[in-house]
Design a protein around this ligand. Structure first.
Ligand code: TYD
Length: 136
């Protein structure tokens, strides 16, 4: 899938004086069924995460609090996103190298994923990723 498929998706926002509400439905707001949710929190300042790709996994990343940057690379081109609101997220299609940095203090990154955890789906080596990306 091309890098252009990776994009910001704005989610429904129910505005209320008591506090706003946002929701996500798999196959409706995002183009896959949600099989797993995980989140990054207590990220120390200056830390970075990611530095890998997934062969088959689809993900949707939301910044629940604070802010951080997401860099996506397909082996040729790259796209950078700044996440700082919980009413939108970034859809990450399979075979995208991702790198997360610039975490603010208190940042929380939530990820909705299309499959349970599977280490065999990871590509953790940049050279290997480039080889597999070229062969697509
Ligand atoms: P990893 O995906 O490498 O983290 P990040 O992309 O945020 O830098 O995962 C870190 C560790 O957590 C690794 O040992 C695998 C483990 N892990 C699970 O056991 N289950 C999960 O759902 C995830 C996302 C990670």
């Amino acid at each position: 899938m091309p890098l252009s498929d990776c994009r910001q998706i704005d989610l429904p926002k129910i505005m209320d004086q008591r506090g706003n509400l946002t929701f996500v439905e798999g196959q409706n707001h995002i183009p896959f069924d949600i099989k797993r949710v995980y989140y990054l929190y207590d990220v120390p300042g200056g830390s970075d995460r990611g530095e890998h790709a997934h062969r088959n996994l689809h993900q949707f990343m939301i910044c629940m609090s604070g802010s951080f940057d997401l860099l996506l690379k397909d082996g040729t081109d790259e796209k950078r996103f700044h996440l700082n609101r919980s009413y939108y997220g970034i859809y990450i299609c399979p075979m995208m190298w991702r790198y997360l940095d610039n975490f603010s203090s208190g940042a929380v990154c939530m990820v909705l994923a299309s499959a349970p955890y599977d280490e065999a789906d990871y590509i953790r080596d940049w050279e290997q990723f480039q080889l597999e990306a070229k062969a697509l």
